[in-house]
Design a protein around this ligand. Structure first.
Ligand code: R5P
Length: 297
C-alpha cells in the first residue's frame, strides 16, 4: 500500500490510549509522530484537536477496542483532517471492532459489521488491520468497503515466537472459527494442531469440546483471535488441563481480557498468557509495528 507519494513527510497521528504502539509504528515506518488531543466533556461528548502541519497524507493509528467513543472521535478527527487539507487518510486499527456481528442472529438485530464498515469507509481512504474476525465474509474489503483494505495476519510472528518459547508445542484452537489462525501458525512452524468445537449460550456461557484431544505430556498452546470475557479460553483450559500437559499456555492476537480473566486462567493452571500489542495489556509480548509498517511502504 503506497501512502507516501508526495514529498511531504507522512505523519502517524495517534491518540494517548494507543501512544506507545503508534510511536513504534512511526519509528518502524520511518515517519514522524504527532497526537490528537481528546477532551471528554462531563456529559460524555468528545472534543478532538489536531496538531498543525499535517501534510496531505496522514496515518491515523488507534485500535478500536471499547469502540463507541473511539468511533465518534475517529469521525471527528477524519473530518477535521480533511478541513485541514489532508487528502489521503489511512487508518491503522490493529484491532477492528464490530466484526463478529456479521449476521442477524435474532430477528430485528442490526448487522453491525457492514454498518460500521460502511461508516469507516466514509471516513478514511485506506485501512490496515490484523487478524480481523472474518467468518461469514471472505475478505476485509467486503466488510469494510474502503478503496484499499489491507488484512494482515500475526500468524507467522506467533509461530516464530512459539518456536523460541516452547519445544514442539501442540497448537489448539477452541472452535472452528479459530481454525484459520491455528492452521496458519502450525503450518508456518511445522507443528501439530487440534481444533475443538464450541457452543455459545450467551455472552458469558460457552462450552468447548475436544473430540480429538491432544496426547498427554505435551506443551499445549491455546490460540484464539480475541479473548473478550475469556469464557471460551476458560472452558477449553478446563478440558485441556485434564490431558496432563507438560504446560498449558494461551496466545491471542487481541487481548481484550475483560472481567478478571487472567487471574481465573492462572488459577486453572495456565502457565503463560501472551498476546500481541494490538490492544495494550500486561500480556503483550509480540510487537506488531514491523508488520504494520510493512503495509505502509
Ligand atoms: C469468536 O468466535 C472469537 O473467535 C472468540 O472466540 C470470542 O470472541 C471469545 O469471546 P470470549 O472471550 O468472550 O469467550
Amino acid at each position: 500500500m503506497h501512502v507516501n507519494e508526495t514529498s511531504h513527510p507522512t505523519l502517524v497521528l495517534g491518540f494517548a490510549d494507543y501512544r506507545e504502539p503508534a510511536r513504534r509504528l512511526a519509528a518502524a515506518a520511518g515517519m514522524g509522530y504527532a497526537e490528537v488531543e481528546v477532551h471528554r466533556f462531563p456529559d460524555g461528548e468528545s472534543r478532538v484537536r489536531l496538531p498543525a502541519g499535517l501534510g496531505e497524507r496522514v496515518i491515523l493509528c488507534r485500535s478500536l477496542d471499547h469502540p463507541n467513543d473511539k468511533l465518534v472521535e475517529l469521525a471527528l478527527t477524519a473530518s477535521a483532517a480533511r478541513e485541514l487539507g489532508v487528502r489521503h487518510l489511512t487508518l491503522v486499527a490493529p484491532y477492528l471492532c464490530y466484526m463478529r456481528q456479521d449476521k442477524a442472529f435474532n430477528p430485528g438485530e442490526a448487522i453491525s459489521q457492514p454498518i460500521i464498515g460502511g461508516l469507516l469507509a466514509q471516513w478514511v481512504d485506506a485501512l490496515v488491520t490484523v487478524d480481523p474476525h472474518l467468518h461469514r465474509v471472505a475478505t476485509l474489503a467486503e466488510a469494510i468497503p474502503v478503496r484499499q483494505a489491507e488484512c494482515l495476519t500475526a500468524a507467522p510472528l506467533m509461530a516464530d515466537f512459539l518456536a523460541r518459547e516452547l519445544e514442539a508445542p501442540v497448537i489448539i484452537g477452541p472452535d472452528e472459527e479459530a481454525r484459520q489462525w491455528v492452521a496458519a501458525i502450525a503450518g508456518h512452524a511445522g507443528l501439530e494442531y487440534r481444533v475443538g468445537n464450541k457452543q455459545r449460550f450467551g455472552d458469558r456461557e460457552v462450552q468447548v469440546a475436544f473430540p480429538d484431544p491432544p496426547p498427554p505430556g505435551r506443551h499445549l498452546v491455546l490460540v484464539d483471535d480475541i479473548a473478550s470475557t475469556g469464557r471460551t479460553l476458560e472452558s477449553a483450559v478446563a478440558l485441556l488441563a485434564g490431558t496432563r500437559p507438560a504446560s498449558l499456555s494461551v496466545l491471542v492476537t487481541h487481548a481484550l481480557f475483560l472481567e478478571g480473566t487472567l487471574e481465573r486462567l492462572r488459577q486453572a493452571g495456565v502457565t503463560h498468557v501472551w498476546s500481541t500489542d494490538s490492544i495494550p495489556h500486561p500480556s503483550n509480548r509480540l510487537e506488531l509495528a514491523p508488520l504494520l509498517a510493512s503495509a505502509l511502504v
